[in-house]
Design a protein around this ligand. Structure first.
Ligand code: XMP
Length: 593
């Protein structure tokens, strides 16, 4: 028995497959053009996707769904496609929703049977279903859209505009479980013990060759190293750790101690800060930065392999995990959100030549941590915050201009929306990456503040964040300031030693002060090309709660504690205003670039 998931290019397709397996049924992903129904398929799910069903080149499916004998669930784009094929109508435009959304469900429907009426779900869409197909009924609505979910009277077709598969849809698993109950009574899939399978796979793919690892020191690359040691033994592995200069304060030194304590052998640590800073001189574009960083990793590794005389007889092992590949646009139809450093052209060439092994490529962060624990890595290493391969280089927002945009009209609208909450705000003259409706966005953040300090409320900030981003097209991220601020000045900022050291200090202090706040899953500290009223550099902290990086919520820090750590941090030289990111993912990615 299996559930077929048809991939229309959504960011979450693989996550749907994983959730179905977590619920005890095997699932497999198909491309729309390759899909054929077969006897073992007991249910079908149409995934989300970046397109509009109404566009001429929208992905369709070559299978007459009206004849389907098994239940079909459409999610997001899939929900719209299902409605459109069966005679409904889809509208594009104003009623967009990203992130946490309240819906009211029909507790008497087939699908939400006996669930609580008020539910929190995660949305990420531009279009919506405006008219239902005949013989269908609405099973959930939100404030902005009437048809947030539907089902056919005969119980064969279901549609969710939201994403039940992300952990931030509070009862999403229960909703998926209810759909699976319509498909089959059998639950016979146990996904738990993949350790032995993965070790065997690495051994088989290594084909007796030496394994070369680029060891960033993060959780993924350490778990991969443990896996390789278990598969082929320490003596057949050569690891390279490149100190790019973009590591956190003292990180390369600390890593060396961990490597020694764990008894790793054959690790070469290469100091390459000068080379990286030289190659990145004057580069401001986020994609360009990532590509240069990724290429240099490969060049350095190649030089090192030549130096030790390892010619062709090696395989490169990478700690790529699933979210890295999906956001690089690896699925045939997914939009590119960003190119991860381990998907640059030089690596793609090696992949094509069959010289790369990526044992973790189907796993999510929480699964990698489980695997690391099973392999015997200590918890303090396995549970560390994720840190991106390009490191602090993607946490310095570079700028080669001081020329500011004029946001007068948008700021008027922003303040009109904020006045109801006794809040004010401005739009920042910089951009950050986001993901909205399965597409990459590159828009402006807005800063908001409360006019009176006694009004501080996370509930209001949550509401304001969703409202502003859904209403203002130029804004894809919201940050919050404890105080009203004057418009910061746009400043030139490049990847240079002096400002990297400043970022390292701010990052180290804030990390130290928040280490004990366990719900925080990751906390990027970002340096901005902005100077405050007295000419000091502005920063952002982005503490997020997540399980697998695919969706994330911002952490609600105690306001008194937040004030305290802001004050301490502002005592560091040249630290101006520090903003607190209050954007969920979607619409904002976790990192700013
Ligand atoms: P985003 O910003 O896409 O991040 O929401 C999701 C997770 O991926 C990490 N990340 C990276 N990791 N190379 C990496 O190894 C990269 O280029 C990269 N970009 C983002 C990010 O820190 C978060 O945990």
């Amino acid at each position: 028995m299996k559930i077929a998931i048809i991939d229309f290019g959504g960011q979450y397709t693989h996550l749907i497959a994983r959730r179905i397996r977590n619920l005890g049924i095997y699932s497999e992903i198909y491309h729309p053009e390759d899909f054929q129904i077969s006897a073992e398929i007991c249910g079908i799910i149409f995934s989300g996707g970046p397109q509009s069903v109404n566009s001429e080149d929208a992905y369709k499916i070559d299978f007459d769904i009206t004849k389907s004998k098994v239940p079909i669930l459409g999610i997001c784009y899939g929900h719209q496609l299902l409605a459109s094929i069966l005679g409904g109508e889809i509208e594009s435009g104003e009623n967009t929703e990203y992130g946490a959304t309240a819906i009211q469900i029909d507790a008497k429907s087939h699908i939400f049977n006996e669930m609580k009426i008020d539910q929190q779900v995660w949305m990420s869409h531009g279009d919506h279903v405006a008219i239902l197909p005949p013989s269908f009924k609405i099973t959930a609505s939100s404030e902005s859209i009437k048809i947030a979910a539907f089902e056919s009277m005969d119980g064969r077709f279901y549609g969710f505009q939201f994403h039940p598969e992300v952990t931030h849809s509070t009862n999403g698993m229960q909703m998926l479980d209810k759909f699976l109950k319509k498909c089959t009574k059998v639950r016979d899939w146990d996904s738990k013990h993949f350790k032995a399978d993965l070790i065997a796979k690495v051994r088989e793919k290594a084909m007796g060759k030496k394994l070369v690892l680029l060891l960033s020191g993060g959780v993924d690359s350490m778990v991969v190293l443990e896996l390789c040691i278990a598969a082929v033994g320490n003596e057949n592995i050569f690891s390279i750790h490149v100190d790019t200069g973009f590591m956190r304060k003292n990180e390369s030194q600390e890593l060396k101690e961990h490597f020694d304590n764990l008894g790793y052998q054959n690790i070469k640590i290469i100091k390459a800060e000068k080379l990286y800073l030289e190659e990145l001189k004057g580069v401001v574009e986020p994609e360009a930065k990532r590509l240069i960083i990724g290429k240099l990793f490969v060049d350095i590794a190649n030089n090192e392999l030549a130096r030790i005389g390892l010619k062709d007889d090696w395989m490169l092992v990478q700690g790529t995990i699933y979210p890295d590949t999906i956001e690089s646009g690896d699925s045939k139809k997914a939009a590119k959100i960003k190119t991860h450093h381990n998907r640059v052209e030089e690596i793609e060439k090696l992949i094509k030549a069959g010289k790369v092994i990526e044992p973790l490529q189907d796993l999510y962060k929480d699964e990698v941590r489980e695997l690391g624990t099973e392999l015997g890595l200590p918890q303090f290493l396995v549970q560390r915050h994720p840190f991106p391969g390009p490191g602090l280089a993607i946490r310095v927002i570079c700028s080669d201009t001081t020329e500011n945009n004029d946001f007068q009209k948008e700021e008027e609208k922003l303040n009109e929306l904020l006045s109801k909450y006794d809040m004010g705000g401005i739009i920042l003259p910089i951009k950050s990456v986001g993901v909205q409706g399965d597409f990459r966005t590159y828009h402006h953040p807005a800063v908001v503040w409360f006019e009176e300090n006694n009004l501080l409320s996370w509930q209001v900030l949550q509401e304001v964040s969703t409202k502003i981003i859904n209403s203002l097209k130029t804004v894809n991220r919201l940050v919050f300031s404890l105080n009203k601020i004057a418009k910061p000045k746009l400043d030139k900022l490049f990847l240079e030693k002096s400002n990297l050291v400043e970022l390292q200090e701010v990052d180290a202090l804030l990390r130290h002060k928040t280490d004990n706040l366990k719900p925080i899953w990751q906390m990027p500290v970002v340096q901005l090309p902005l100077l405050n009223a007295v000419g000091k550099r502005d920063y952002v902290i982005r503490p997020v709660c997540s399980q697998d990086a695919m969706s994330a919520d911002f952490y609600e820090m105690d306001f008194d504690y937040l004030k305290k750590i802001m004050t301490i941090t502002q005592e560091l030289p040249n630290v101006g205003d520090i903003f607190y990111d209050i954007t969920t993912k979607p619409p904002g990615t976790i990192e700013w670039e």
